[in-house]
Design a protein around this ligand. Structure first.
Ligand code: NAD
Length: 270
């Protein structure tokens, strides 16, 4: 039985805890670490597995896998402690790994301690295809993210360029650049851009377009990959969480699917 500890129990972490409590054969939730204990009282009361609340330094002595679903800041803290103690780690705040040095350090630690680092696909479809395609030359990867005006409000690029988001009456591209430029210009897109880049051709070669669509109510992510294999496209229209509209429901479901894959003898997909 895979013993799991969850760091951060907000929109995504709560779904993970509930799934571990009921749905995931071969895995059980044994520990939680959360900054705001008062926010998770009702979650803890509802879980029949009764996980212990503990510090990360205690958790890594009790579990086989640490799931980070907290924040980019929590990634080095949780992942380093996990790997140094021989635990596998699953990281939801994938954007933290845009810092290539942190990723390299974590991979070296994982090798040294014979552990694994899992990065779920998150809010997009097509990571499996990008990974397959990357076994031969890839010519281009383009992520086009379309959001309603309110979904882009406050982004550093919008503010710096004094873009009036309410002035658009049809969909328009407001940004076209590399993934590394995009995560600085639109930090809310960081996890999606990071995951696609890490699976494929990296943050300097992956292209990101941001489209403002006054007629849309949902965030849409389209990916186009062209390589020696041919070409594919994917498109996801995401439903946001009511508790945290910045997070898509599919991202939490991808975490649950990754846990099922880790705990299962049958591995489907790339
Ligand atoms: N991979 C993806 O595609 C994807 C998609 C959406 C969100 N995310 C990322 O996943 C993370 C969680 O997202 P969410 O929507 O559940 O966020 P959320 O704000 O709803 O929940 C985060 C929870 O973690 C807790 N927390 C934050 N830092 C902590 C720390 N250092 N130690 C313990 N607890 C801590 C907070 O109190 C909160 O309860 C975020 O970093 C988000 O950017 C990734």
């Amino acid at each position: 039985m895979l013993r799991v500890g969850v760091v951060g129990c907000g929109a995504i972490g709560s779904i993970i805890c509930r799934a571990l409590d009921k749905d995931i054969e071969g895995a059980k939730l044994v520990a939680i670490h959360e900054h705001h204990i008062e926010n998770i009282k009702s979650l803890c009361a509802e879980l029949s597995c009764k996980p212990k609340l503990m510090k990360i330094s205690e958790m890594v002595k009790e579990v086989d896998l640490v799931v980070e679903s907290a924040s980019a800041v929590a990634v080095p803290q949780a992942a380093i402690a996990a790997l140094e103690n021989g635990c596998d780690v699953m990281i939801m705040s994938v954007g933290a790994l845009v810092d290539g040095q942190l990723l390299e350090n974590l991979v070296n630690l994982a090798r040294k301690h014979n552990c694994k680092i899992y990065l779920p696909s998150g809010a997009v479809a097509g990571i499996d295809g990008i990974k397959s395609a990357a076994s031969a030359p890839i010519h281009s990867v383009t992520l086009t993210t379309t959001k309603p005006p309110r979904g882009l409000a406050g982004a550093p690029y919008v503010i710096a360029n004094k873009i009036d988001l309410d002035a658009f009456d049809k969909p328009e591209v407001i940004f076209d650049g590399t993934a590394i430029e995009a995560v600085k210009a639109f930090p809310a897109n960081v996890n999606v851009a990071a995951c696609i880049s890490l699976a494929g051709i990296g943050v300097d070669k992956t292209r990101v377009k941001i489209v403002v669509d006054p007629g849309s109510t949902r965030n849409r992510h389209e990916i186009e990959v062209i390589g020696d294999f041919g070409r594919f496209t994917t498109e996801v229209e995401n439903i946001p969480f009511p508790e945290n509209p910045r997070t898509s429901y599919l991202a939490a479901l991808s975490a649950v699917a990754t846990l099922k894959k880790i705990a299962s003898p049958l591995q489907i997909g790339t």
